[in-house]
Design a protein around this ligand. Structure first.
Ligand SMILES: Cc1cc2nc3c(=O)[nH]c(=O)nc-3n(C[C@H](O)[C@H](O)[C@H](O)COP(=O)(O)OP(=O)(O)OC[C@H]3O[C@@H](n4cnc5c(N)ncnc54)[C@H](O)[C@@H]3O)c2cc1C
Length: 439
């Protein structure tokens, strides 16, 4: 038996930066918006980044206010830790069935005091911190998560009852079950985003077996002010790295991986991280192995030139193999594709694989929207309606249509909101006075 939620004008699927911006733009025009996010917190990938290219602004200083604005907007309802089961359509109304997963903590009672976390004896690898530190089995996902509601990881909970004993509001509820919900919406915006190429995509790089070969999102956390170690250390043994290498196109522009396209952000995030590392570990040598540098956006070329001027070494070469030495340093074997052309090997303390962006879990299985050969949502008339999926009332925002940076994501989110608002006006859905419905 499902609970029918108040009807909404727009259902935004995905609470990353694209979904948040679309929701805020629509809600500011007076529309009722519901955001459905499958994770326990909104924020998407951006909330886990350290700083952003090309301005080096703090990522969470941009994301957190948008998360808070969405959470406090009287026209926005947040449904976190919630997945979509089915979507059906009757005329201009979509009926969406959802399942809210149990946190084993009541959202209406939890005050985010973290007393449960301090009492819990079970430690779980913290995936938000790249797996490099731990959190308790009951925990708030990360310090600026929204909502600030604890969740029990039932894979690690020993049912010791310590959290129940200390909770001042009796919010812990081990009897909680998945909750079936239903909501009716006039328009749907798919902002489900992207996922990273798996770190073991190229077996010759041994990203899954060598601890000092890491993903770029793990490096984002090492560089973040509230990262797992508070500074950049080599994950395998805590050594301060003296030499760090980036391997570009480790997950893109490779037909053998099924990813022939360029992921558009890897050159710039690698250069950004290299610049940040120059500050964080000033004595370290930083090398970027690349095929071409694609610095296509505003200010990007200058950013690249600044990185070169800072002493970051760029080697035009293809990395063939990565292996580990007994002292846990890394050997990178590469073929120069510059005027020298020879095969060489170099030793580094750590290697970051510049992995690419793959399509996320978009709404294609639930709606008759089209998918391109690359797996991202296809927009049939991109030049006329860049955010319209071709299905009446269904729009798309951000990296759901393909790899892009944050600026382009936010621009596209604004466009999706305005296309959705025009559609709502056409079907007679004028903005309504807010009902302030909160889940
Ligand atoms: C290592 C790295 C560093 C980067 N650094 C920068 C940078 O410095 N500057 C820059 O401009 N760009 C950078 N980027 C790119 C940036 O991360 C993206 O532009 C941005 O994350 C796109 O946001 P989004 O909202 O489209 O997607 P996402 O951030 O992926 O958000 C999608 C949201 O939807 C949710 N979701 C997915 N499927 C479902 C579903 N079925 N139901 C409900 N919810 C769902 C997800 O949980 C997520 O919260 C970087 C990328 C990488 C890989």
């Amino acid at each position: 038996m499902s609970t029918l939620l108040p009807a909404t004008d727009a259902l935004v699927v995905g609470g990353g930066i694209a979904g948040l911006q679309t929701a805020l733009d629509l809600a500011d025009q007076g529309y009722q918006v519901t955001i459905v996010e499958r994770e326990p917190s909104i924020g998407g990938a951006m909330i886990g980044l350290s700083k952003v290219f090309p301005t080096l602004d703090c990522a969470s200083c941009i994301t957190t206010p948008k998360m808070a604005a969405a959470a406090h907007h009287e026209g926005i309802t947040l449904l976190t830790y919630t997945g979509i089961d089915s979507i059906s359509r009757n005329g201009a109304t979509f009926s969406v069935r959802l399942t809210k997963k149990p946190r084993f903590v009541r959202e209406d009672l939890c005050i985010g005091c973290r007393l449960c976390e301090y009492a819990c004896p079970s430690i779980v690898p913290d995936q938000f911190q790249g797996g490099y530190s731990g959190h308790r089995a009951i925990h708030i996902p990360f310090s600026n998560a929204i909502p600030q509601t604890a969740r029990v990881d039932d894979n690690y909970c020993t049912l010791c009852g310590q959290c129940v004993a200390v909770c001042p509001t009796d919010a812990v509820d081990f009897e909680q079950k998945p909750k079936q919900l239903e909501v009716q919406a006039k328009t749907i915006i798919d902002a489900t985003g992207w996922r990273l190429t798996p770190i073991d995509a190229k077996p010759q790089y041994h990203g899954d077996t060598i601890a000092n070969v890491i993903s770029p999102l793990q490096m984002e956390r090492l560089l973040a002010p509230h990262g797992p170690f508070g500074r950049v250390l080599r994950p395998a043994d805590g050594k301060v790295p003296e030499s760090i290498a980036y391997v570009q196109c480790a997950g893109s522009r490779d037909a053998t991986l099924g990813v022939p396209y360029c992921s558009r952000v890897c050159c710039m995030y690698a250069i950004k991280q290299a610049m940040l590392l120059s500050g964080a570990v000033p004595l370290a040598d930083i090398t970027i192995y690349y095929m071409d540098i694609r610095a296509f956006g505003k200010g990007f070329e200058e950013f690249y030139q600044n990185a070169k001027a800072m002493g970051i070494e760029f080697i035009k070469g293809k990395v063939a193999r990565i292996t580990e030495n007994p002292d846990r340093s890394i050997m990178v074997r590469f073929e120069r594709i510059d005027e020298f052309g020879q095969v060489e090997e170099r030793r580094h303390d750590m290697v970051v694989l510049s992995l690419g962006m793959l399509p996320g879990d978009n709404l294609h299985p639930l709606l008759p929207i089209q998918i391109g050969k690359d797996g991202f949502v296809l927009v049939p008339h991109a030049k006329e309606a860049p955010c319209h999926t071709g299905v009446d009332g269904v729009f798309v925002a951000g990296t759901t249509t393909g790899p892009k940076d944050i600026v382009d994501t936010i621009v596209e989110a604004g466009a999706a909101a305005s296309e959705a608002a025009m559609y709502l006006k056409e079907i007679g859905g004028d903005p309504r006075p807010s009902e302030g419905n909160e889940s």
